[in-house]
Design a protein around this ligand. Structure first.
Ligand SMILES: [Zn+2]
Length: 442
């Protein structure tokens, strides 16, 4: 195992090795020095040592160094963390949490009798909550109980070490966080990709969506044509509609498997269905996260039926559901980072100005390459032309849709979600824009 990684799992940094001397005054250095002495190696030989051997040497060293008599005695804001007093599998987690400003008071790995837990000085903020949820390995369930964090990983306590490794990575390079978040998001996407539903046969996917939308929605209903419509109130500002279609081009082959290669998912047989379940996943995830953003306005969501057989569902959306909508965002475009503002450059969905909001949101979120472009037919065309709502259609990360070669890059899909969050977070859509979004093209 790579030295930095091995050390991070147990709460050490590579720089703890640099301080090596016979009279090291740092606790972490002394502990690490003892460990290497017990194994009988120099720091340079660390990369060839098995994790078991390292952990055994460390366990022994923990009994040899000066102990502080329990974590409780240390003020996390002042003193150095008493690593030797912390359970072996919790050391990394505790040290890196403290480095991130989440100060810990005590911890216990549970010793097979109870769930591993950590006590913190303060209650975690929702941002810190979200960060830890994103970093938790899939096999671990993380729960927040007041000032205590419970890390349930069943019988495999090794996941605690993996968790430590991830917190360390993010404390060194915050950009890595997005990949872990995307990894979590992938679970929802795969769940939605596993539900059948070609056009006119949307019953099962509709039930699933209704189930997932019940908790975040203030109002939720199925209209006469089978579209699912939801409303979430978040303040006085503009009403923004998000839309994706729940039907698929063809029925799924139920024997197929979903294969992953890097960050790409594809199907072993028949279509994958990411057109437009990727869009559905973005909407569901956003609905559940919207209260954690600074969005001030009303969010409406439309999951439409029969898009693939002629944009039928969106045409039947109830005018009263759409009457107060200031602007719409459809997530049903192939590829990555396209902001589609017209059908083939001929039928406009909105003004250039509305499209540019999304380029700006991309830049603000560190994604420079979101670009306004012309595209194909989609529900955006109906929302704009039939209902007069300025609309864009955003890339959802899928490719080769309607064929056996269909695939989706779930990191791209996740970045679409980040783009929309950026639009909301920076409050780039305002009520007064509705006319402007049309005027410029007239
Ligand atoms: Zn589609």
């Amino acid at each position: 195992m790579e030295t930095t990684k091995l050390l991070a799992r147990y709460g050490f940094k590579a720089s703890d090795l640099n301080e090596f001397s016979s009279d090291c005054k740092f606790h972490a250095c002394e502990l690490l020095q003892r460990t290497l002495y017990n194994i009988g190696i120099t720091p340079y030989q660390l990369e060839n040592v098995s994790e078991e051997r390292f952990a055994a040497g460390l366990q022994e060293a923990s009994r040899q160094v000066e102990r502080f008599g329990g974590e409780y005695l240390i003020n996390p804001l002042m003193g150095e963390l008493p690593l030797a007093d912390i359970d072996l599998h919790m050391r990394g987690i505790c040290r890196w949490l403290n480095e991130l400003g989440i100060y810990t008071l005590y911890s216990c790995e549970g010793h097979g009798r109870r769930v591993p837990r950590i006590g913190t000085l303060m209650r975690l903020t929702s941002k810190q909550d979200e960060l830890l949820r994103a970093l938790a390995p899939n096999e671990m369930t993380i729960r927040f109980r007041g000032k205590e964090i419970h890390l349930d990983c069943g019988s495999s306590i090794e996941h605690l070490l993996q968790f430590a490794e991830r917190i360390y990575e993010v404390s060194v390079d915050p950009k890595g966080l997005m990949l872990y978040e995307a990894e979590r998001f992938k679970n929802l996407l795969i769940e939605l990709l596993s539900i059948p539903g070609e056009s006119n046969n949307e019953g099962e996917i509709r039930q699933q969506i209704l189930g997932k939308m019940r908790r975040p929605s203030d109002d939720l209903f199925m209209d006469r044509d089978g579209n699912v419509c939801a409303t979430i109130y978040c303040g006085e500002g503009p009403t923004v509609l998000l839309s994706a279609h729940m039907d698929m081009y063809q029925e799924l082959d139920m024997d197929r498997k979903i294969i992953q290669n890097g960050t790409i998912l594809y199907s072993t047989k028949g279509i994958l269905g990411a057109d437009d379940r990727a869009g559905v996943a973005v909407l569901v995830e956003l609905a559940n996260k919207i209260h954690r953003t600074t969005f001030n306005g009303t969010l409406k969501l439309a999951f439409t039926v029969k898009e693939e057989i002629g944009l039928i569902g969106s045409q039947k959306l109830e005018p009263c559901f759409l009457s107060d909508v200031d602007a719409a965002i459809v997530v049903d475009r192939r590829g990555a980072r396209d902001i589609v503002t017209s059908y083939s450059g001929v039928v406009p969905f909105c003004s250039q100005e509305y499209g540019m909001i999304f380029e700006k949101a991309g830049k603000l979120a560190g994604m420079e390459d979101w670009k306004v472009t012309a595209g194909g037919s989609s529900d955006a065309k109906i929302l704009a032309q039939k209902f007069g709502i300025p609309s864009v259609n955003l890339s959802a990360g899928y490719k080769n849709e309607h064929t056996e070669r269909e695939q989706v890059d779930y990191v791209c899909t996740y970045q679409t979600l980040k783009l929309i969050e950026s639009v909301f977070h920076h409050q780039l859509i305002e009520v007064r824009n509705k006319e402007d979004f049309w005027n410029m093209i007239k």
